[in-house]
Design a protein around this ligand. Structure first.
Ligand code: ADP
Ligand code: MG
Length: 230
């Protein structure tokens, strides 16, 4: 895995609410931090502080409005603040993984296919992708009878485990986690902690939001604080 570092300086993001006369709200305070290879930074702040917004910004789902965001590798640096939109899909495929808070369910696409997809997109042999997806679903204790079904009817915790499997399977050098353990039982929470520890050991740089203080204390190498927006 290539060792990457992500540095952010004075990032800002506002939302303009056109339906309300162009009312502009700050979604998060100006924020500076660094993510280092082999470490997990934990994002702390009250509900509505902008934690999920920050992860979406770092995943290129929102355009940056202010500040700088740079990805550093041994071979050079990439300015993400000015990266054209068409370059983001490849960056997401090869460098920046994201476990969203809720799984985006596509009708008729099975859990197994959802989990295999990031590997197939990266050109991994289908038989290998299939085997790795099964191993990942097994590890997360997703019952085998669910593997061939579309996750739309799964419970919250089952959907979340499919999402986690999809996020971790490609072993990308940057990984963003939005409350991955929120609806899991203790045994599966432990699996997620182990996946995070393994990702760190292989050199990934992680940024996560975790409801559970016990999980935070296990995985955190540092904290990034987001103040409440009042
Ligand atoms: P957190 O994850 O810390 O609970 P969010 O990042 O989800 O907070 O939201 C931060 C603020 O930005 C909230 O006030 C939220 O209502 C607002 N917000 C988030 N997404 C949007 C959006 N797409 N359009 C308008 N406002 C948004
Ligand atoms: Mg959130």
């Amino acid at each position: 895995m290539p060792q990457l570092r992500l540095s952010a300086h004075a990032l800002t993001k506002n939302f303009t609410l056109h339906a309300q006369g162009g009312l502009c709200i700050d979604a998060m305070p100006p924020l500076s931090f660094e993510l280092h290879a082999g470490q997990c930074q934990v994002l702390l702040g009250p509900s509505g502080a902008g934690k999920s917004t920050l992860l979406k910004l770092l995943h290129g789902n929102y355009r940056l409005e202010g500040g700088s965001l740079t990805l550093h590798a041994d071979s050079g640096s990439l300015d993400l603040a000015t990266l054209p939109a068409h370059a983001w899909p490849r960056l997401r495929r090869d460098c920046i993984g994201y476990v969203s808070q809720f799984l985006r369910v596509v009708p008729r696409v099975s859990a197994l296919e959802v989990v295999m997809e990031p590997l197939l997109e990266r050109g991994v042999d289908p038989a290998e992708a299939h085997a790795r997806a099964i191993a990942m679903l097994r590890r997360l204790n997703l019952p085998e009878r669910l593997w061939s079904l579309a996750p739309g009817t799964f419970s919250g915790g089952e959907q979340q485990r499919v999402n986690i499997a999809r996020g971790f399977i490609a072993e990308l050098p940057i990984l963003l986690l939005d409350e991955p353990t929120a609806s899991l039982d203790a045994a599966n929470r432990e699996v997620v902690i182990e996946l995070i520890e393994a990702a760190k050991a292989s050199g990934a740089a992680l940024l996560g939001i975790f409801h559970d203080e016990a999980v935070r204390e296990r995985v955190a190498d540092g904290y990034i604080l987001l103040e409440s927006r009042t």
